[in-house]
Design a protein around this ligand. Structure first.
Ligand SMILES: [Zn+2]
Length: 473
């Protein structure tokens, strides 16, 4: 059987993207001095496997690109890593921290140090210590080398190919409905570590927290927070697992023996970051991301996928940037889109969402605004004229919905759905045309375009853009 590299790394993620922090209750485990498990893999293997899996993870999940949130999470993460007990530091491990724009309350870490924290987790935490608790637990899995230790126990061959084979089997088997994210051939599964490993990560996590200046009981408190919010968007994963009462008690028991060194004072930063995140448009769930099948080229040096498919574009940023155009239009668009165009029309498009074809500018993703002189003062008739003129340059253009009334900038407007086969890409694209009249009778229009297969990922951005339109002619 031939597996391409992507499938392999996906399996690796499946094997390593393991955070059962919420899933497993804990049996009493009196020892608090932890030791590394026997492990057939080298430190270098951890690093290499983690890197491969991280590159794949960053293609599967949209990262939140907000420098303030990013640097804040990094500061907390680096503080925890600096507090790692010396016996669990490994040469070459590089911890780094990324925020995934997903609403589920979750986080995972990969061998060697890459850590991914869902935006939903930061929004759910009641204070910095709770967020730091989950990160400390994850860092503990990495430091204890749980990924490769579990692979060592579970397989016959001490080779990387062995890990891949095992991971394949695990994927094939039941991974627990709650832990499973099924996609269109993009299966990503969050597997569980053993109960023993989870306890260890809780204990080492609590120890790291105390050494870093956090109250280790905040890790336990996070379980309550998760439990309280566990229904809704989290896919109900708590419903299929018992309450984490025992873990809660076990962490608090451990906390009695720990002295918090140089307690951290609340700087108010956590509250600021949280407020900022809550101001963004809602994040998709991990399941929705997997279902969309979209891939997200990562930015960082060193892990950029060589085989990134061309024409794929980044998920629209949740941050918006305002523009003034034509002297009378104000509009906000995702800040990872670029402005293009001329005096008659302006385009906002993500990198990769525009190009040239037969010396003509071609757009596959984004929005355009423009003004059209029309003969008719009737909005519907004027809109129909515009569609007819668009159809002359786009032979595959078809009207796919009836005209619908809406308001744009407080004015009566019309919306109509169109489909087109893009001549350059041969892809079917979904187009929404929205029109209203300017004071002088001219037709003002907004065109929103995305390939049909990706249209759903752009809907909420298009709606936000439409709502932000202000006309002052
Ligand atoms: Zn865990």
């Amino acid at each position: 059987m031939i597996r391409n590299n992507n499938q392999r790394t996906r399996m690796l993620i499946a094997w390593f993207a393991v955070c059962a922090i919420f899933l497993m209750p804990v049996s009493v485990y009196p020892q608090t001095r932890l030791k590394l498990h026997s492990n057939k893999y080298s430190i270098q293997d951890d690093i290499k496997l983690g890197r491969q899996a991280a590159a794949e993870a960053e293609r599967q999940f949209p990262l939140l690109r907000d420098p303030e949130v990013q640097s804040y999470v990094e500061r907390v993460g680096n503080r925890l890593v600096a507090a790692m007990p010396p016996e669990f530091r490994h040469p070459g491990f590089q911890y780094y921290f990324r925020v995934i724009n997903a609403r589920d309350i979750n986080a995972f870490a990969l061998p060697g140090g890459p850590m991914y924290i869902n935006r939903g987790m930061i929004e759910a935490a009641r204070r910095e210590g709770e967020m730091a608790g989950v990160m400390a637990h994850e860092a503990a899995h990495v430091a204890l080398r749980h990924g490769t230790a579990q692979a060592t126990k579970g397989q016959k061959y001490g080779t990387l190919a062995g890990i891949l084979g095992i991971a394949g089997q695990v994927i094939g088997g039941p991974a627990g409905a709650a832990a499973q994210i099924a996609g269109q051939g993009v299966g990503v599964y969050f597997l569980k570590f053993s109960r023993e490993y989870e306890t260890e990560a809780d204990i080492l996590g609590a120890q790291i927290m105390a050494r870093a200046g956090y109250d280790p009981r905040d890790l336990a408190a996070m379980f309550q927070t998760i439990e309280r919010q566990g229904g809704g968007s989290s896919g109900g994963f708590l419903s299929s697992h018992p309450s984490p009462q025992n873990r809660y008690a076990r962490i608090n028991q451990e906390a009695q023996y720990l002295r918090v060194q140089n307690p951290i004072r609340d700087s108010g930063e956590f509250a600021r970051v949280q407020a900022k995140l809550r101001g963004y448009q809602g994040a998709p769930s991990m399941a929705e991301i997997a279902r969309s099948g979209q891939r997200y080229p990562s930015e960082g040096p060193g892990n950029y996928p060589e085989d990134a498919p061309r024409g794929r574009v980044d998920y629209p940023s949740t941050r918006y940037r305002s523009y003034n155009e034509f002297g009378f239009l104000t509009v906000s668009v995702p800040d990872n889109w670029r402005k293009l165009g001329d005096n008659n029309a302006v385009w906002f498009s993500p990198e990769g969402g525009y190009g040239q074809y037969q010396n003509q500018a071609v757009f596959t993703h984004g929005v355009s605004f423009g003004v059209s002189r029309t003969q008719s003062r009737d909005l519907q008739q004027a809109t129909q004229e515009l569609i007819n003129s668009l159809a002359q340059g786009n032979r595959g253009l078809r009207q796919s919905t009836n005209f619908q009334r809406l308001t744009m900038s407080g004015r009566a407007g019309l919306s109509v759905g169109l489909t087109n086969v893009n001549e350059a890409t041969r892809q079917t694209e979904s187009i929404t045309l929205i029109t209203t009249q300017l004071r002088n009778g001219d037709l003002f229009y907004m065109v929103a375009v995305a390939p049909q297969s990706e249209a759903r990922s752009f809907t909420s951005s298009f709606n936000n853009i439409l709502r932000s339109v202000r006309l002052s002619d």
